[in-house]
Ligand binder design. Sequence first.
Ligand SMILES: Cc1cc2nc3c(=O)[nH]c(=O)nc-3n(C[C@H](O)[C@H](O)[C@H](O)COP(=O)(O)OP(=O)(O)OC[C@H]3O[C@@H](n4cnc5c(N)ncnc54)[C@H](O)[C@@H]3O)c2cc1C
Length: 262
Amino acid sequence: MNISSTFHSPETTADAEAIYRESKRPIYLSGGQEVVLRLQHDLEHISDLIDLSNIDELHGVHAEGSTLSIGAGENHAAIAGSAVVAHTAPVLSELASSIGDSQTRNRGTIGGAIASKTRSSDWNAALLALDAVIHTTKTSHMAEGYFANGGLTEGELITRICFEIPSQGIYLKHTRASSTDAVVGVLVSRFEKRCRVAIVGAQRVAFLCPALEAALGTRFHPNVYDHSHIPDNMLREKPDASLEYQLNLVEILFKRAIHSCA
Ligand SMILES: Cc1cc2nc3c(=O)[nH]c(=O)nc-3n(C[C@H](O)[C@H](O)[C@H](O)COP(=O)(O)OP(=O)(O)OC[C@H]3O[C@@H](n4cnc5c(N)ncnc54)[C@H](O)[C@@H]3O)c2cc1C
């Protein structure tokens, strides 16, 4: 074990980035739900732990016009309990409250979930279906581009996430008895002139279904669903969930979601 790992607790993103640049093998620490697991195996490779929890700029939930902005440092429980989120985009309150157990929700942050490269997140479906912009200390990523380009660059910090507020939205996921991770999750959102359908599943990233969105745009009804609307190769065969099983789940969850929105 490397007992010389240094713990830092900066109060600004500029300081956090400066520490990151000057450190040999640093890692940002937010709620620690992924980092702590990594430290159990990899502590000797971490020179500096940079705690983000005291940085005010990473906090706050605000709605302005058609945009809901959530600070990267907000944890899932705070988002689930936010009156602003419940009022503007209840689909995100429901999504946040479906994540993990009480400890994970009270420690794990939306920024950590989006930055994490180790597991798929329910938030990924929300990013795509609510046309989110991920603001960082270096740039702003549209959600689709963020996934397509492989996420953050070295030392880049997510500061806040801006979601388009839908007129309606619902997220449904199917889980195993042993976990709250989605085997398959479907988020349907409805805006004035368009619908979005995002799926999260065996792939680490989520994906959109443009053909299904176009079909819904013509007729907002569960029966528009067809398996051919699901892009090829985005769901992967898994030992405990065949492709056919996952596609059936997508169909069931999609139809339930449309029923709930109608
Ligand atoms: C038991 C358990 C159950 C879970 N269940 C679910 C579930 O049902 N659904 C789901 O979607 N997820 C689930 N998760 C995942 C959970 O949501 C994430 O682990 C958590 O949100 C990560 O956030 P964190 O703040 O703890 O990140 P950390 O562990 O602190 O960091 C994760 C990674 O992100 C980096 N990072 C953190 N914040 C930032 C930032 N602002 N900018 C740039 N990089 C950053 C860190 O350096 C690290 O690499 C579960 C996790 C656990 C442990």
